[in-house]
Design a protein around this ligand. Sequence first.
Ligand SMILES: [Ca+2]
Ligand SMILES: [Ca+2]
Ligand SMILES: [Ca+2]
Length: 459
Amino acid sequence: MNTAKYLLIVFGFSIPQLFAQAIPGTLNWYNGDGQGMYTDQAYKMLKNKKSQTVVVAVIDSGVDIEHEDLQGKIWVNPKEIPGNKIDDDKNGYVDDVHGWNFLGNANGENQENARLEKTRIYAKLKDKYDGVDPATLFDDTEYFMYANAKAEVEGELENLAQYKEGLANGQFDADTKKYIEDQLNYNLNIYYDDRSLIGDNPDDFTDTHYGNNDVEGPEALHGTHVSGIIAAIRGNGKGGDGVADNVKIMSVRTVPNGDEQDKDVALAIRYAVDNGAQVINMSFGKDYSPHQNEVYQAMLYADTNGVLMIHAAGNDAKDVDVEPNYPSSHIELQAAFSNLLTIGASTRMKGEAMVAEFSNYGAETVDVFAPGLEIYNTVPQSAYMNLQGTSMAAPMVAGAAAMLKSYFPSLSMWEIKTILLETATVYTDFDFSFKSVTGGIVNLKSAVKACEKAVKSKN
Ligand SMILES: [Ca+2]
Ligand SMILES: [Ca+2]
Ligand SMILES: [Ca+2]
């Protein structure tokens, strides 16, 4: 995911100073009634009911595991002895106590910035296809992927050229400046080396020995916020309330400032499944996916193991039935997954404004919406911020699914997924069925009722 683009969306809404505190009247709105998920009502129904701990993997930019509002909420690998440089549980990862960091090396160095996938494609295939006439090719599939990637990268660079003078004259505020500079220096720079520090071959999926156990990394804002939405301590007077109250977060650092690599995504999903996650949050996405079949195989592995994947729909205000946001099940000749939900972002407003204006949508490929605007939760250094995006909506549903699993452990993740879809609130004042499969917003109160019923019918 292009974090810089995401941040620009964030800063487009309001002045940066506002982000250090909740916008008045919005604290925990996402757990409330009205346009919220009725989480607090659901907990009233579950009072005195026992729950089991559920592990949620957060495949993201890293998590500040020392955050004050995440204490007791971080997964600990029970079979790994910390700091002895030995892979005690023999899962292939040395000293992976709280998860794994695929964006680093054994010396503890981390990769922070990366190119977009289209920039990597352009760079990799430039020598092969520059000046080639596609009519002479037996199979032109790769050529056209290259040609599209090249056209997009060059188009965006041309677009950015107009800001160069302004940058030199100090015309922009710090955040805009960073966004433009990151685009020029890393995201769209075909010459930027975004992998040799890690030391693996990103096209070889059998070359899995890389990374380190630093699950926070250099820039954990995004992943820490996502984790807080799922798991932040409820009712302690600090920050916001997490959606789930008996969960552990497993941090799998995979998403740089730029596009995530397919190999890291595939290995992160397998890591999560193999180490006990029951829910995987995936608040990332990209337009190109050269190894999409390997990612698909990893998702199939999660799917067949009954692990629920929650994917953010993306923030380009586009129809993802038509334009893909990878990873996705929307691949020709491949059936949809049983345990995958794609989530759009909703707001606390009514009517048409209920759909966040940046949110991707899709009557067939986006399942349901959840709150993703003005979400106040954890960021590194025990701080809190108000952020927005489908990146925030996905963990709402990851938290909801984890909460239901912890109180109704006899239900499978597939049953929980089905209940979340069937019980989503469909609002009568605005029909947004053309935006998603359900046309609704997740409702935990109704979901708890349905879970109680489902458990009774099983007995
Ligand atoms: Ca290990
Ligand atoms: Ca160890
Ligand atoms: Ca809290």
